[in-house]
Design a protein around this ligand. Sequence first.
Ligand code: ADP
Length: 484
Amino acid sequence: MKKEIKKILVANRGEIALKIMQTCSRMGISTVAVFSEADRNTPFVKYADNAVYIGEAPSASSYLLVDKIIEVAQMLEVDAIHPGYGFLSENPYFAQMVEKAGIIFIGPKAKTIKIMGSKLDAKEAVKDYGIPMVPGTDEAITDNAKAKKIAKQIGYPILIKASAGGGGKGMRVVEKPSDFEEQMQRAVSEALSSFGDGSVFIEKYIASPRHIEFQILADRYGNVVHLYDRECSIQRRHQKVVEEAPSTVLTDKTRKEMGEAAVRVAKACNYVGAGTVEFLYDENHNFYFLEMNTRLQVEYPVTEMITGVNLIEQQIRVARGEKLSFTQKDIKINGHAIELRVYAEDPSNDFLPSVGNLEKYETPQGDGIRLDDGYEEGMEIPIYYDPMIAKLIAYGSDRHQAIERMLDAIKDYKIEGIKTTLPFGLFVMRHEAFVSGKFDTHFVKKHFTLEVQQANNRRNAVIAAQVALRHYLMQKQILKLPKS
Ligand code: ADP
């Protein structure tokens, strides 16, 4: 059944809110922004056809207010709500309340979001579909002794994971049996405090994995396609910083197998819209289902660049009841794309947030360069939200060209006033492991952290030498002082 969508409320902020609205405008759809106190003068608010203030800066007082957002949507008679990523995008209650209010939720059904929001329920939902899984427990652990036995069978190190976990949080590596109880206790209390759900389970800790995910797209009529893979192994704190498409390690055969598995995952949960099926890929070329994200991913642009498909447009088309206008064989990989997440973080200080004012903000341009950002010069990066300033995307006819263009773009991107991940981007693009494609999820720890430590040690050694010299000179001077 086709439904008309003339007006969309975007329940999000920053670059993604802006990008959604730009796509809406192109499609002749009018837009409504909701914004917090911290975002009053930001580009997405200025861009929207209508903008409504919804509350104080903390997201609990603004971007997470389900009732308030739906009230605004009803007041302005919008036809649909796009949740973007983060905030309410994977909240089944929100999706349900939006639909209940007679508004289209741009995303899958609340039930699908709920299943895939729990890593354990997700595994259960796909288990009969021939999807390879990481060896581990398939239920929440209630009996430590039993779980310890399973851990022994799997073999250490193992990973304790929060079923409701997300954003790289709620994971604990256990190296040896004697650490099991203590780590288990910590994992449960962390899961409870962070996610309000203490369910944890065990997975084999894959020693040198790569994180490879597949973009999928499904309409309401059971048609599901994948738009190939994204490599997301360059991570800090289990969170992605650099992504690329396609991955350098997959053979055509494995790519096909993984793509088909991703489509089966989507079918297993009656998926509708754009979603991502995440896999771990080990040194022996095995892949394992990790989880499914039921929304647009931050790194979706690299897929757009290599397939030429506008994913936000497709989300809206599916939401208004259109059939997918292409089949699997129509989707081809063309070229290579790399994304660098530009975070307000200090890479030389353990990637700690470095919020402040964008005193200088000059953006790069050039062939194949796309910049998705939501800030302007002079603006403050608020402490309340994810500290991502922008996504810098470089496209090339091959990977080498994409890397070269990314290097030039990073050099042309001038940000002053705060520390950013731009220098880290330079480090990655120049590093032999990245250039050769031989890396895994430990890239940062293995290569970058060591380099930073050595640089800090060198700096500390220089500082220590300077202090010693000053001390020595002062002593000399004191010796030379005339006696009174
Ligand atoms: P989240 O939902 O918090 O993002 P994921 O399950 O998607 O958690 O995992 C995030 C990252 O954690 C992965 O990309 C990978 O780097 C690491 N990881 C997760 N499971 C495993 C595992 N079994 N073995 C090794 N690393 C893992």
